[in-house]
Design a protein around this ligand. Structure first.
Ligand SMILES: Nc1ncnc2c1ncn2[C@@H]1O[C@H](COP(=O)(O)OP(=O)(O)OP(=O)(O)O)[C@@H](O)[C@H]1O
Length: 282
């Protein structure tokens, strides 16, 4: 487990973090607990994809998940909103607790869970509906709004918060798919935040975008973390270093190191994380 690995590397001057905690704290970050994961194991059929994951994710921060292809980042992300339940042959053991409640509890309503935990994917995936409806649909389904005026207000607020309002305010009834890739991704972010989730999961949200759209989304993540807890998967080390308060390094299904981002990139405590970050493999 992570703390043992750290101990093996002889981080003698540090006090040992408790299970699930980062090795080094980011003193600027918020430390109210959002998600507590304990001894999480996941199998696809006979193949184990996650092994004994322990992590505390803090509210209103950006936490980046990094690691070589196939190490389990997306699988882990999907455990947080139970999207793995949709995959046949998946078996999950362990605890994923959000605000003190086990998300895998039988009585936990998946629809309600996915309202609290929004998701943004690698490829922008707006609904085949208007820009307006892309935002208004879910809040209506969840009975968050009914009056037209309230819906209008909510649509405007979500688009403002996603930094898209000025670009689309005169064409709200055009299809979401008529926007550029970067705009579509911000539309998907607006759609995710319109239901006021606690957590937003992002799975390589900028990997299909050009550098300018990428920078726009990164700025947006920095703004949105004031309101939401963001967990993002990225292959882009510079992006993790720029946007994340905390970074978790996965390798072959294990969480090898969880650390304050600055420490992770300047003084990683495990050889594997160091090799990956410095491009020696992965
Ligand atoms: N639906 C699935 N069925 C069977 N095995 C899967 C499934 N999804 C992922 N896996 C396997 O689980 C392991 C972890 O995959 P996952 O997609 O979580 O890794 P990742 O770190 O997100 O990779 P990448 O960076 O390439 O997206 C891999 O060995 C992968 O082949």
């Amino acid at each position: 487990m992570m703390d043992m690995k750290v101990a093996n590397l002889g981080a003698a001057s540090m006090s040992m973090p408790a299970i699930g905690e980062p090795v080094t704290r980011n003193e600027e970050a918020n430390h109210e607990l959002s998600i507590r994961v304990r001894d999480l194991n996941l199998w696809y059929g006979q193949t184990q994809a996650l092994q004994n994951i322990n992590i505390d994710v803090y509210q209103k921060n950006v936490t980046a998940l990094i690691g070589p292809s196939g190490c389990g980042k997306s699988t882990f992300l999907r455990c947080l909103n139970r999207m793995n339940d949709l995959i046949r042959g998946v078996r999950i053991e362990g605890l994923v607790e959000m605000d003190g409640r086990d998300v895998n509890e039988v009585r936990m309503d998946e629809v309600a869970l996915r309202r609290r935990v929004g998701m943004v994917f690698q490829k922008p995936n707006p609904f085949p509906k208007s820009i307006y409806e892309n935002i208004a649909y879910a809040p209506r389904m969840h009975d968050l709004v009914s009056r037209k005026a309230d819906q209008d207000e909510l649509v405007e607020r979500a688009l403002q918060d996603a930094g898209l309002w000025n670009e689309v305010k005169d064409k709200l009834h055009q299809p979401g798919t008529s926007l550029s890739g970067g705009q579509q991704q911000r539309l998907c972010i607006a759609r995710a935040i319109a239901v006021q989730p606690d957590v937003i999961l992002m799975d390589e949200p900028t990997s299909a975008l050009d550098p300018i759209s990428t920078a726009t989304i990164e700025d947006l993540m920095d703004k949105l973390k004031k309101q939401f807890t963001i967990i993002t998967v990225t292959h882009n080390m510079q992006q993790a270093a720029r946007v994340a308060d905390y970074t978790a390094f996965f390798h072959l299904g294990e969480l090898i190191e969880y650390n304050d981002t600055k420490t992770m990139f300047s003084n990683p405590h495990t050889k594997k994380a160091e090799d990956y970050i410095t491009g020696r493999y992965g």
